[in-house]
Design a binder for this molecule. Structure first.
Ligand code: NI
Ligand code: MN
Length: 226
């Protein structure tokens, strides 16, 4: 599975020939100014919640690729009312799509859409098919509910966790999250984009290493196979 980091919490993932984009905020992120939005194709756009740093480019990307938006019920309804195609989910539910199964899981965070509309609860996604399984946590605090993931989903190959602190858990709590979800390969996100969430990369990597885990911090526009 190929994973490309697009900055903040945005990722492009190719899974079974299907292209997914997660939480796109690219054109308004100065750190991602070298990414050409018009070059990004997606079949599905997954949104963890309605905050601007996760949905800013969702409309542009959905329009240019005729992509379907997968998100919580309130977020999808907001986009459907604007004429976009969506697939609504709610916490604890899973659905088998053509690329794999998506389970929409608990996040401890708030949510509001760009115009101030209620965004419903925030969530994360566990996504799997016959080959791979991964967890995209969205924005969340450390929560004991993460322990439910290994009890209810296939063994994770990797997880994408926020590590920037202030608005989400910081990297120290993310190490505990990695323990809760029983996963040793973590891709960090939600750091460095603005002043409140700037982190010391070496300290974050060392914190994971001390717990026997690998924290991967990708450059923006860097791709890896996981
Ligand atoms: Ni948020
Ligand atoms: Mn955020």
């Amino acid at each position: 599975m190929q994973l490309t980091y697009l900055g903040q919490s945005a990722f492009h993932i190719e899974m079974n020939g299907t292209q997914l984009i997660l939480d796109p905020m690219i054109s308004s992120n100065p750190l991602a100014s070298h990414i050409d939005l018009s070059s990004l194709h997606s079949d599905y756009i997954l949104l963890s919640h309605g905050h601007g740093d996760h949905v800013a480019d969702a409309e542009t990307l959905a329009k240019q690729s005729h992509a379907k938006i997968i998100a919580g019920y309130e977020v999808v309804t907001w986009y459907e009312n604007k004429g976009f195609a969506g697939h609504p989910m709610n916490l604890g539910g899973k659905y088998k799509f053509d690329f794999g199964t998506v389970k929409y899981v608990q996040a401890v965070h708030s949510s509001m859409l760009p115009d101030g509309s209620y965004g419903g609860p925030s969530g994360g996604f566990v996504i799997w098919n016959e080959e791979k399984s991964f967890y995209f946590a969205g924005d969340t605090a450390l929560t004991l509910d993460m322990k439910l993931i290994p009890m209810t989903c296939p063994t994770l190959d990797f997880a994408i966790l926020p590590i920037g602190d202030n608005f989400t858990m910081g990297y120290e709590d993310a190490v505990l999250a990695a323990e809760f979800i029983q996963c040793d390969t973590i891709v960090g996100c939600h750091y460095d984009t603005f002043g409140y969430i700037k982190i010391d990369h070496e300290a974050a990597i060392a914190e994971f290493k001390n717990a026997g885990k690998n924290l991967i911090l990708l450059n923006i526009d860097q791709s890896i196979n996981l």
